[in-house]
Design a protein around this ligand. Structure first.
Ligand code: ADP
Ligand code: MG
Length: 347
């Protein structure tokens, strides 16, 4: 009865199912889902809390994403904020407002995405709320984590090196591809059902029209649809400031600089870009470096650490006194700011 509407089921059976599906107790949970509030045994570390909301029509469009992907992404973006403080996620609370005409299958898939994300990050769902909505869907997650040492955006010092944890621009490139595919691509974290389903499929047509292979576009779509938060544990001991890249390297670098009251020199040739992104961008007629500098939602960590430390990440520049500049391959400096970098002739 998966086509059953939520209105035919009612809130109580839904909550009962959530309680059953997420009953596995984790990490010092004394009382989980099912009581008026969850109870956890505290540990002797800094407690971090963050929340993020996603509204249909504003943050997502159900014509392009599956409910599984929404569930997975909602948890990832919240966990990413805990990672960006140098912490580890422990607990999760989940609020959902959903149209009563949505199907049970749609909600089940959403929870499958949540479940997969929870197992990636080893967190526990300990509560939330469920409501019907008159129109679109709204979802929000709250993640509680702990850290031995927390890293703020404000600690960058003159002479520190600037690092990122992985390639940039993949997610933005995935979004460009998705805009051309114009329908959901049923990628999941583990199962990889054929990303081409049904007739007249967008993926096949796109590959054909732009001379791209599925092998090239799948990792890019994955980065956009199923982003994964980066774990900071390998370098957190040395980091002086940190932020996760949600809005794009230059915007998030500007935020870090303004909180740290410092400038930055970023070297264009050091910016990591995946071969898939370079190839797809070229075929789509978009500048890869533009995607890498200003594309959002990569959820890589951007951080600083004192020079001379051995750091497991990619160095892209240095903290400078006050100016924020990108140095191009010919050594020319171009200023950037949170608002953009319109001065770039070639971008
Ligand atoms: P109350 O009316 O006291 O807020 P609810 O009936 O809303 O209680 O919720 C019952 C239990 O189910 C609570 O433990 C709550 O945290 C949990 N819960 C409700 N909605 C969700 C959800 N979307 N995800 C996880 N737990 C939920
Ligand atoms: Mg409630």
């Amino acid at each position: 009865m998966t086509a059953e509407k939520l209105s035919q089921i009612g809130e109580l059976p839904l909550l009962e199912q959530i309680r059953k599906d997420f009953s596995k107790k984790s990490k010092n949970v004394l009382v989980g889902i099912g009581d008026d509030a969850a109870v956890v045994e505290p540990i002797n570390k800094y407690l971090l809390a963050t929340t993020d909301m996603m509204v249909e029509g504003i943050h997502f469009d159900l014509r392009f994403v599956t409910s599984y992907q929404l569930g997975f992404k909602l948890i990832s973006v919240n966990v990413s904020d805990i990672c960006a403080m140098g912490g580890e996620p422990y607990y999760l609370l989940l609020n959902i407002a959903i149209n009563r005409n949505a199907t049970k299958r749609f909600l089940d898939m959403f929870f499958d995405g949540v479940k997969d994300a929870i197992s990636v990050y080893d967190t526990g769902l300990i509560g939330g709320d469920l409501s019907s909505s008159n129109k679109g869907m709204s979802i929000s997650a709250t993640v509680i984590g702990y850290a031995d040492k927390y890293i703020r955006r404000s600690g960058a010092k003159m002479g520190d090196k600037i690092y990122v944890t992985g390639s940039l621009g993949d997610s933005a490139c995935g979004l460009e591809l998705l805009k051309k595919i114009k329908k959901p691509v049923p990628l999941r974290r583990h199962l990889s059902p054929s990303i081409e389903k049904g007739k007249g499929g967008g993926v096949k047509t796109l590959c054909f029209e732009y001379g791209l292979s599925k092998k090239t576009i799948e990792p890019l779509l994955r980065r956009h649809l199923l982003p994964e938060a980066r774990n900071p544990k390998d370098f957190v001991h040395a980091a002086t400031s940190m932020i996760d890249i949600s809005d794009g390297l230059l915007i998030d670098m500007s935020r870090l600089c303004s909180e740290s009251k410092a400038g930055a020199r970023i070297y264009e040739e050091k910016i990591p870009m995946s071969p898939e992104m370079k190839k797809a961008a070229e075929k789509l007629g978009i500048s890869p470096i533009k995607l890498a500098l200003s594309g959002g939602e990569d959820y890589e960590l951007l951080f600083t650490a004192p020079a001379g430390r051995k750091i497991k990440a990619i160095s892209i520049g240095d903290i400078a006194e006050s100016k924020k500049v990108i140095v191009d391959k010919k050594g020319r400096e171009k200023p950037f700011s949170a608002e953009g970098y319109q001065h770039f002739g070639r971008l």
